[in-house]
Design a protein around this ligand. Structure first.
Ligand code: ZN
Ligand code: ZN
Length: 163
């Protein structure tokens, strides 16, 4: 259980120290599959977006990757994930032990970070359902979009509020 607010960024397993300030409740948390990498945030994600682009699909090994958007400054990594330059517009991070995808950061928008929504812990946080499907031009042909999910649909980049 993460009951302590963590300070200083970036953090590693060797230097993290619980803050003496306990008035800021942790509102969201998550981890990779093996729990080596974990993170906290002070607020719930602003929105969830299903990205059907080829890179997300292959990286996820699934029809799409659901991203949960947070303010980059609000994510506290207890151990920093490994970075990979995935395309010319973004870098992604993953767990070096289990390979779980953790995040994506777009060079054009460093203020918001996309966290792999499947890594969010259930329980404490109110997590909104995905509100957008993006990059449907690259959608896997064998995947049928759910009817009536209320999510907006975009061929490429969508327009949505990340923060
Ligand atoms: Zn892991
Ligand atoms: Zn994508």
């Amino acid at each position: 259980m993460m009951s302590e607010r963590l300070i200083s960024l970036p953090l590693s397993s060797h230097n993290f120290q619980p803050s003496t300030h306990s008035n800021n409740l942790t509102m969201a948390s998550g981890s990779c599959a093996c729990h080596y990498i974990s993170y906290t945030a002070s607020t719930p994600p602003t929105c969830l977006v299903n990205c059907h682009c080829t890179t997300c699909r292959k990286q996820a090994g699934a029809p799409y990757q659901t991203w949960a958007f947070f303010a980059t400054d609000d994510i506290r990594w207890l151990v920093n994930p490994t970075e990979r330059q995935s395309t010319n517009v973004s870098k992604r991070t993953f767990c070096p032990k289990c390979g779980s995808t953790l995040s994506m950061l777009q060079h054009s928008d460093l203020k918001s970070i996309a966290i792999a929504a499947g890594t969010l812990n259930e329980g404490k946080t109110l997590i909104p359902p995905p509100s957008h499907h993006i990059f449907l031009s690259e959608k896997a042909s064998w995947f049928k979009l759910p009817e009536g999910d209320g999510a907006k649909r975009w061929d490429n980049w969508g327009v949505y509020e990340k923060l």
